[in-house]
Ligand binder design. Structure first.
Ligand SMILES: Nc1ncnc2c1ncn2[C@@H]1O[C@H](COP(=O)(O)OP(=O)(O)OP(=O)(O)O)[C@@H](O)[C@H]1O
Ligand SMILES: [Mg+2]
Length: 458
């Protein structure tokens, strides 16, 4: 593992330099030593895997070296070494992009694990870059992210069907991206400047489905006060997306079958025939075939809908897509992130890769969004993740506040975030407000609202 990594050691004290050299070499990495900031900045050797940098050096100060290294190589992990009396500065340097800091005297084992984490972080970043360049445009299609073989097959299918009017059926567990695929097909088709009408059949009461979809004439039933064109008419020239199609009532199924056979419709209570130019895409997270088998879905309709099937694999079967998705969602929600949070720590990424994701990509998206809100370092850490993902793996010393879980309401989440920040800052409300990005008066109000004991700090 990582035998080919080179680590640069920068320290002005020869004895410490030698000690670090021995530890890093015994950890299996190659070492290059530098006696000061000027030397390291002048070095033209290939960029190393990581840098161990002493903060207090006579000529060029460690902070200046750090800034310059990060300017040249933004993803290079730099681990800062400090004396006990400079810890406040050390915290500052992590804000400048230092990967982590270690306090002298150096603990061998901590140094090794930190280095190991830093180097696997570096290779992860590289892996994302490599995947992207290798695949060119192919790691995504119209906001659909994923470079796994299964997802590339899906992209090929989308491209194949987009330019025809073939009826597509999309299957896959909840949160796998069925709606995203339906939109990609529509917006990649010749119909893209015509309407995309999205109908969630599960959200319409059975008795109203026919009139919602196919429209009704004035007086067709009690309460039909005016003529109402349905979703199919609204989709004229474009695409209708029938989501959760398995939830359609028997009578709506019968009417849909006629529409698909005859390519025209009559509104409920009407006699006029209206010609239709609408492309139909449907989706379901239920197994339509077994619904046909048990008689709850019409077999003739099934064959009309499932002309071209596209199957979306669950996320747990394509864990290799997780780093790209995480990166995508960190970018997507950057605006909501707590101040300075721009990435994720390798341990947290590992936990995300290992999770089984019953809620698929939607669940991952929610986890990243919430963790960005809660993180208090430059990167999402394992204890910023919901219980069940990061739990149990609490970092030493971080006595955990209320656990954060995916099922929490926004209020509960806010309360947990405040509690966590209070613990972190020892109850210093100025710091808590700053971390949460809210004013102090707002913070006071929320402390009261959530029943925290008054512990004003000034
Ligand atoms: N491959 C992907 N790349 C990027 N985002 C994705 C991907 N798959 C899903 N998402 C995101 O996950 C969320 C859920 O996706 P979508 O609504 O398409 O799922 P679905 O299969 O229709 O789920 P459901 O069956 O619950 O309706 C959306 O916010 C979507 O943008
Ligand atoms: Mg959906």
């Amino acid at each position: 593992m990582g035998k080919s990594f080179v680590v640069w050691v920068v320290d002005d004290e020869p004895a410490i330099r030698e000690l670090l050299n021995v530890i890093v070499t015994s950890a299996g990495y190659e070492v290059e030593v530098f006696s000061g900031g000027a030397e390291v900045l002048a070095c033209a050797d290939p960029v190393p895997g990581a840098v161990l940098l002493d903060l207090m050096m006579p000529e060029v100060d460690g902070v200046a070296v750090l800034k310059e290294l990060k300017r040249r190589h933004p993803s290079l992990p730099v681990i800062v070494l400090t004396a006990v009396n400079e810890i406040s500065r050390a915290v500052e340097v992590t804000k400048l992009g230092a990967y982590d800091y270690l306090v002298k005297p150096i603990d061998q084992e901590r140094l090794k694990t930190t280095l190991h984490r830093a180097l696997s972080h570096a290779s992860l970043t590289e892996e994302v870059v490599r995947l992207k360049s290798e695949l060119g445009e192919r790691f995504h299609l119209k906001n659909i992210i994923g470079s796994s073989a299964a997802m590339r097959r899906v992209y090929a299918q989308i491209e194949k069907v987009a330019n025809s009017d073939i009826t597509v059926f999309i299957s896959g567990e909840s949160g796998t991206g069925k709606e995203l695929v339906a939109k990609a097909i529509h917006y990649g088709s010749l119909r893209s400047d015509r309407p995309f009408i999205d109908v969630n059949c599960a959200a319409i009461p059975e008795g109203l489905q026919e009139s919602e979809l196919f429209g009704h004439e004035k007086g067709a039933f009690t309460g039909a006060l005016a003529t109402h064109p349905g979703k199919f008419e609204q989709a004229a020239g474009g695409t209708i997306f029938l989501d959760e199609v398995g939830e359609m009532s028997g009578s709506a199924q019968a009417r849909l079958l006629r529409v698909l056979q005859e390519r025209c419709l009559q509104r409920v209570g009407g006699t006029k025939t209206i010609n239709l130019d609408v492309r139909v895409i449907s989706a379901s997270n239920r197994d339509l075939e077994s619904m046909v088998a048990d008689g709850s879905f019409r077999q003739d309709l099934f064959y009309r809908l499932v002309v071209f099937p596209i199957e979306l694999p669950p996320l747990r079967q394509r864990a290799e897509d997780i780093p790209l998705l995480v990166e995508h969602f960190i970018g997507k929600y950057a605006r909501d992130a707590a101040a300075g949070v721009t990435g994720i720590q390798p341990g947290a990424m590992e936990a995300l890769r290992d999770h089984t994701w019953p809620g698929n990509v939607r669940e991952l998206e929610n986890v990243i969004h919430r963790s960005l809100l809660l993180a208090d370092g430059p990167a999402i850490g394992i204890d910023d993740l919901p219980v069940g993902l990061g739990s149990g793996a609490d970092s030493p010393g971080s006595e955990s506040a209320a656990p954060i879980s995916v099922a929490m309401s926004l209020d509960e989440l806010e309360k947990a975030a405040i509690e966590k920040a209070l613990k972190r800052h020892g109850g210093n409300l100025s710091d808590v407000a700053r971390q949460l990005g809210i004013g102090r008066s707002t913070l006071y109000r929320k402390l009261e609202q959530y029943g925290f004991k008054n512990k004003k700090d000034d």
